[in-house]
Design a protein around this ligand. Structure first.
Ligand SMILES: Nc1nc2c(ncn2[C@@H]2O[C@H](COP(=O)(O)OP(=O)(O)OP(=O)(O)O)[C@@H](O)[C@H]2O)c(=O)[nH]1
Ligand SMILES: [Mg+2]
Length: 307
């Protein structure tokens, strides 16, 4: 059954909402678009397909005047929300209280309307150079604990994101979308099973837009991790190009250090385009190609149920 999902992207002005949606759409080469972004006037709509769902992202301009309008006309804006993505600028502690107040207005509306909306809260602008910043990490922890204790009845997932880490943006939206169907769980078990067989580092299924349908990673050493992220980033870039240019076939390459082998396949399942991305140690290549056809068969069977 096809459905239309309404995803609200909310948060204060300057939090980075439009930047997130722009980065998600383009995957690469989006920096110049983001520099030129102006504050969003009221609401902008971004359409995107995900499996059998048409999704509409409501990018809600966060300036105070608009926030007042949304809160005064809550029914118009927040009714029938399927998912809320709430963006908090983690680099702006002076406005945390203000942001929590706005979040409270939205969640109070959901409670009063007895709407059971899944919520993703992202601590955004968590740029790569801040990953070890104690003050930022402490603030994330404080906000998280406060929100969890204030809203025990909501289903809230926390994330960190930065436009300088494109994978974090893709994951942010992917987790949100996968709450809608339990078959996603079956899929991730399948990935886990095959990843174990060829002792790979990562196995990811993307849809045509580069949204993660399912993913599984093995426990890896920190030095391989950086290389792994580079490979996945490269895959996101390549799949966008393959999608735009209707390029058929596969890509594979070995990392510059010669340790990791990385493989990207474009495949069509029932008229829908998917990308399978695998990253493994170079020496596991043979095993990987031996079991790949079987994996693709099993995968196709599950994905067919999702589309
Ligand atoms: N350092 C850093 N800056 C970011 C990030 N994401 C967005 N920005 C910057 O934050 C500013 C505001 O971004 P927008 O996406 O326009 O913010 P918005 O939430 O859409 O704002 P409104 O439309 O007014 O509600 C821009 O200058 C972006 O370049 C990030 O991950 N890290
Ligand atoms: Mg905006």
């Amino acid at each position: 059954m096809e459905s239309l999902l309404k995803i609200i992207v909310s948060g204060l002005d300057n939090a980075g909402k439009t930047s997130i949606l722009t980065a998600l759409d383009k995957k690469y080469d989006f920096e110049k678009d983001i520099v030129q972004l102006k504050p969003t006037i009221r609401v902008e709509y971004h359409k995107m397909n995900f499996l059998k769902n048409n999704t509409i992202f409501w990018d809600m301009g966060g300036q105070e005047t608009y926030r007042e309008i949304y809160v005064n006309y809550q029914d118009v804006y927040f009714d029938a929300t399927d998912l809320l993505i709430y963006v908090i600028d983690i680099q702006d502690p002076d406005r945390f209280d203000n942001s929590l107040e706005y979040l409270n207005a939205i969640l109070t509306f959901f409670s009063e309307s007895e709407m059971d909306v899944p919520i993703i809260i992202t601590f955004h602008k968590f740029d790569p150079d801040l990953k070890a910043n104690d003050e930022i990490l402490m603030n994330i922890e404080k906000l998280r604990n406060k929100i969890l204790s204030d809203y025990p009845n909501f289903n809230i997932l926390f994330q960190q994101s930065s436009i300088y880490d494109i994978i974090s943006i893709v994951q942010l939206v992917s987790y949100g979308l996968s709450v809608f169907d339990k078959k996603f769980f079956e899929l991730s078990e399948l990935l886990e099973h095959y990843l174990e067989i060829f002792k790979g580092q990562a196995l990811i299924v993307f849809d045509r837009n580069g949204i993660i349908v399912s993913e599984f990673y093995s426990d890896i050493e920190p030095e391989v991790y950086v290389e792994l992220l580079e490979s996945i980033k490269e895959h996101l870039f390549l799949l966008k190009r393959m999608e735009e240019e209707k390029y058929e076939g596969t890509f594979d390459f070995t990392s510059s250090e010669g340790k990791l082998f990385s493989y990207l396949l474009r495949t069509i399942i029932r008229n829908d385009m998917f990308f399978i991305s695998a990253v493994l140690m170079e020496q596991q290549k043979e095993k990987f190609f031996e079991i790949f056809p079987e994996f693709l068969d099993d995968l196709t069977k599950i994905v067919e149920k999702l589309i």
